[in-house]
Ligand binder design. Structure first.
Ligand SMILES: [Zn+2]
Length: 413
């Protein structure tokens, strides 16, 4: 199936923006792929180096430094760190035709998963972002406006992009572009709203054999919470998710545990449903605490939003995919994840397209996907992503009406 098989709403957007997309391609865009190809060794070496040195959220010190060095080498003015996060960075390059043009954001993620490494392929994202930045740097003398590269930490946990939004680092941007590797390809993106929820039960210690009636068992409360969540799943929407692990379950079998801790994630594809779920989760945890005569703290954090996908930008990216013969797969709405790109999409026109680095059916966040992220196929996808992101940015730089259209759609006007 190709991208023509979309819903009428999406097809309507395609028709609306298709005129601009179909306009004569400006001279210069053809150079993007050539520059990426010339930089092949540099881009792929970076992808492999980050893959071989995985660093979890907020600890991507090496990866961020390598990315900062790479874009500085190509003439970007780099601030590293930038804002409050020690592994966030920003690189800026002014267009040679003056400041009177758009500011287009090229993003890069580089965090890995604890115990798994780059099971989400963020090495490819970092390298492709750098590749796009290199290509745009080569074209910058002919552009008006500013290229803004943002190295964004902690996508897997914590939500570094929201911190960067709060730090003002997305202010003044006209677009945010970020590719993600996957087992399928799509210009569009849907995301589940998501929160981390830490639950701590407090009870009272006692000898489990001689004085158990003197104790208040925080593990009972924890077990009841997992059971209640399991029953609750029947009443949640098909696209909603709730899943958790035990962090602390007690210290010894002969001590009634006075403290237990679980970490959950709560998700939904609808923002209002998500907020209802968070309230419901809190009630369930309170109920479990009452049943076990314990007290409980429920602390949500790292709130990720649903995706407000920019159809205008999406169509530009799609047209560039088509021009390069990249086939688009049907979008599988049963396999949604979450990303802090959702948060970005609510402050600036944003896309988060996916490109396949492996055959369909390889699960994300697995050793198989990790191993796929440095294969020759993944490398070609990394280079293609750099080209498509840079070409989409080039489209925006060279046709300000597209930027206006993206903002009109964003504002609903
Ligand atoms: Zn990811």
């Amino acid at each position: 199936m190709t991208w023509d098989s979309r819903s009428p709403v999406e097809a309507g957007y395609a028709a609306a923006s298709g005129q601009s997309v179909a306009a004569a391609e400006p001279a210069g865009k053809g150079r993007v792929a050539a520059v990426v190809e010339q930089s092949r060794a540099e881009i792929l070496e970076l992808s492999h180096r980050i893959h071989a040195n995985p660093e979890p959220a907020f600890e991507e010190h090496q990866a961020a430094a390598w990315v900062a060095e790479a874009i500085a080498r190509h003439g970007y003015q780099v601030e590293f760190p930038v804002g409050r996060l020690p592994t966030a960075l920003r690189g800026r390059m002014a267009g040679g035709r003056g400041p009177n043009g758009p500011r287009i954001g090229i993003l890069a993620e580089y965090d890995a998963l604890p115990g798994l490494g780059h099971g989400c392929g963020h090495n490819s994202m970092a390298a492709s972002g750098v590749g796009a930045a290199i290509a745009l740097a080569a074209l910058a003398p002919d552009l008006a406006g500013e290229i803004v590269f943002l190295g964004t930490p902690a996508e897997e946990r914590g939500g570094g992009k929201q911190v960067m939004i709060d730090d003002g680092l997305f202010e003044g941007l006209d677009a945010a572009l970020l590719y993600h590797p996957s087992d399928t390809s799509s210009a569009m993106c849907a995301l589940l709203a998501c929160a981390d929820v830490e639950v701590t039960f407090h009870g009272l210690q006692a000898h489990a054999a001689s004085d158990p009636w003197m104790g208040k068992n925080a593990l009972d409360a924890l077990i009841l919470l997992f059971q209640a969540v399991g029953l609750w799943r029947q009443q949640i929407r098909p696209s909603a998710r709730v899943h958790g692990i035990v962090i602390e379950g007690g210290t010894a079998a002969n001590i009634i545990p006075d403290r237990t801790v679980a970490r959950f994630m709560v998700r939904s594809d609808q923002q209002d449903d998500f907020e209802r779920m968070l309230r419901r989760f809190d009630q369930i945890a309170q109920g479990a605490a009452i049943a076990a005569d314990c007290t409980v703290e429920v602390v949500p954090s790292a709130l990720y939003s649903t995706m407000n996908d920019s159809h205008v930008l999406q169509e530009l990216f799609r047209a560039n995919m088509v021009a390069h013969g990249v086939k688009e797969d049907p979008y599988d709405f049963t396999r949604l994840g979450s990303s802090d790109m959702g948060n970005v999409s609510h402050v600036v026109p944003t896309i988060h397209p996916y490109l396949a680095i492996c055959d369909e059916g390889v699960a994300g966040h697995s050793t198989a996907f990790r191993d796929a992220a440095v294969t020759p196929r993944a490398d070609e996808t990394t280079l293609m992503a750099a080209t498509l992101v840079a070409e989409t940015a080039y489209d925006l730089f060279t046709d300000p009406q597209l930027v206006d259209a993206a903002w009109r759609e964003f504002r609903g006007s």
